[in-house]
Design a protein. Structure first.
Length: 141
């Protein structure tokens, strides 16, 4: 019976709990903002128009050039960690020790995706630098 409950808890209950926690935290944040606005309006305090503008600007994602680098390094670390964890855990099991390396290689998938993101980051920097040099050389002509 316990052999069935543990995977059910991990695969079903934990993702639902994580989504619920994220939803509730966003709901409470929005609720506290609404209470602040209501109290300010009750007291007759004028609201700064930038208050609403900043809330809308926070929802718009800014293009961060380091995002690819950060995600790439994180995924490489995650993939290598999963690879070594699976390999070590499965190597000690006599039933699956012969195929431990093959199963553990599934952890390399995020690592390879991270490597692709790093290649994309450095290629973007390279082409951006050459594009700026091209613009400079065209402006001198």
């Amino acid at each position: 019976m316990e052999d069935v409950l543990v995977p059910i808890c991990i695969c079903v209950i934990m993702p639902v709990a994580i989504v619920l926690i994220v939803y509730l935290s966003r709901y409470r944040t929005q609720q506290s903002k609404n209470e602040l606005i209501a109290k300010a309006l009750e007291k007759g305090v004028p609201l700064d128009p930038n208050f609403f503008k900043n809330a809308q600007d926070a929802k718009i994602k800014k293009d961060n050039p380091m995002k690819l680098f950060t995600w790439g390094v994180s995924l490489i670390g995650l993939g290598l960690g999963v690879f070594f964890l699976l390999y070590i855990l499965l190597k000690v099991q006599p039933v699956v020790s012969s195929s431990a390396l093959g199963i553990a290689c599934s952890g390399l998938i995020p690592a390879l995706v991270g490597a692709g993101l790093l290649v994309s980051f450095y290629a973007g920097r390279y082409y951006k630098k050459h594009e700026e040099e091209q613009k400079k050389s065209d402006s001198y002509k």
